[in-house]
Design a protein around this ligand. Structure first.
Ligand SMILES: Nc1nc2c(c(=O)[nH]1)N[C@H]1C(S)=C(S)[C@@H](COP(=O)(O)O)O[C@H]1N2
Ligand SMILES: [Mo]
Length: 415
């Protein structure tokens, strides 16, 4: 064996192997944490851990620069070594492109306030796209690197020791180790969990400019249906553009006439309470507005029909001492609040219809709050109670690490 080969094996090869291993573990962490962040199931279970996990995901994503830069220092040598091995060269390029794409789109998502919704929207599509392409690729890559699927002689980067192979062949033992088996199991697990989401996501890409089918499912049974105003039907906004991602921290509650009512109470002159039959009689208006979530997605041109919050506050008569408007979800868990001044903005709406149809259970129907000038977490779904209070109230996600300042950057006001 030449001394050059020896050197590769002992020094540089070992470094490459270490970089590869670090990179692999970090990507595995990012994949798992990313999928958990995406999944509705974990949203329900994790609470504030989810917000920490988001910061960890961002932190590890940024730290991924280290092995990549380290690799780039060795890259020219590695490249020379890969001469005549187009598959491996292609692999290096694919992996670097994936990492770069994830990194750039990830930074844009992290900095969503600085870059604004338009950039976040594209970044989210790219981040997702790379995930659905990149993860299967990486899973494939790590599976095919395991020994039992690959001829030992075809291996070029020296990671596992050769002695083991020889010994294994002699003793007629299986050619995979426990470690490789674990890798394979992780790969198979990811494939099974990812498959359905991938198919769903592809579907939403093919049909991007409609409120998704899922969100049209309505388990509420409230009679009578609200009758849309002419401005809602057909919707003056021309129909919502984009897909809602259905978010909930509880099971989706559903309602019928017997278990639904709407209350305005607390520091008011007159406490208000309606059942559904009464509530649908209240005078409604129509507005068109965009909806933005901090995780990067937006839905544009929603035609909402409902009761301006201002109107309800005036009807109840707000007491002098009241400072805060607290919103309760009928899910029994989610709450949020606005200052009285914020609550009196013209476009804050207790919404009953979206694009001329009752708001579906998934999207917070029969009645949800809409605060167009703020991020989506203020828009409490399944709204059933509004309480006027003296003190501040920190909402569900704000208690768990979201910014109490929910203003969209372009709408930021000092009220
Ligand atoms: N009751 C309740 N309201 C909620 C939430 C929730 O989990 N529960 N999520 C909030 C967040 S973070 C967003 S972005 C929007 C999402 O609305 P959608 O599920 O209709 O897409 O609802 C907000 N209101
Ligand atoms: Mo959100």
């Amino acid at each position: 064996m030449s001394s050059w080969m020896n050197q590769i094996r002992k020094g540089y090869g070992k470094k490459l192997a270490q970089i590869h291993a670090w990179n692999g573990w970090m990507v595995l962490f990012l994949a798992l944490s990313g999928l958990i962040l995406l999944s509705g199931f974990w949203r329900q279970i994790l609470g504030e851990v989810r917000v920490w996990l988001k910061w960890l995901h961002i932190g590890v994503g940024i730290a991924l620069i280290v092995p990549v830069l380290y690799y780039l220092l060795l890259a020219s040598k590695h490249w020379r070594q890969l001469k005549g091995k187009p598959w491996q060269q292609t692999n290096v390029i694919i992996v670097l492109a994936l990492l770069l794409g994830w990194f750039v789109s990830g930074v844009l998502l992290w900095q969503f306030k600085a870059v604004g919704p338009a950039w976040s929207n594209s970044a989210l599509v790219i981040h997702d796209l790379l995930t659905w392409i990149g993860l299967p690729y990486i899973i494939y890559h790590s599976i095919t690197r395991t020994r039992w699927l690959k001829e030992p002689s075809r291996r070029t980067i020296i990671i596992e020791n050769k002695a083991r192979t020889v010994a294994a062949q002699k003793n007629n033992q299986p050619l995979y180790t426990r470690r490789e088996f674990v890798r394979l199991a992780i790969g198979a697990g990811l494939t099974i969990t990812l498959g359905p989401s991938f198919v769903k996501w592809m579907g939403s890409l093919l049909n991007p400019y409609q409120v998704n089918e899922l969100s049209q499912y309505n388990a509420n049974q409230l009679i009578p249906d609200p009758v849309p105003l002419p401005a809602s039907s057909p919707p003056i906004g021309g129909g919502a553009k984009g897909n809602y991602r259905v978010y909930t921290v509880t099971d989706i509650p559903f309602f019928d006439n017997s278990n639904w009512s709407f209350t305005v109470d607390g520091l008011v002159k007159q406490k208000l309470n309606w059942n559904w039959e009464q509530f649908v009689q209240l005078k409604r208006t129509v507005q068109v507005s965009d909806f933005h979530c901090v995780t990067g997605w937006s839905v544009y041109n929603n035609t909402w029909e409902g009761i301006p919050l201002k109107q309800l506050l005036d009807q109840a008569g707000v007491d002098e001492q009241a400072k805060t408007v607290k919103f309760y979800s009928g899910d029994g868990t989610y709450t949020d609040s606005l200052t009285l001044k914020q609550a009196r903005l013209d476009d804050v709406m207790v919404a009953v219809m979206l694009d001329g149809k009752p708001i579906s259970s998934e999207l917070g129907g029969p009645v949800r709050l809409i605060v167009p000038k703020m991020y989506g977490y203020k828009s409490v779904k399944w709204l059933t109670r509004i309480e006027l209070i003296k003190e501040d109230h920190i909402g569900y996600w704000e208690q768990r690490g979201y910014d109490t300042d929910a203003w969209l950057p372009k709408n930021k006001m000092d009220i």
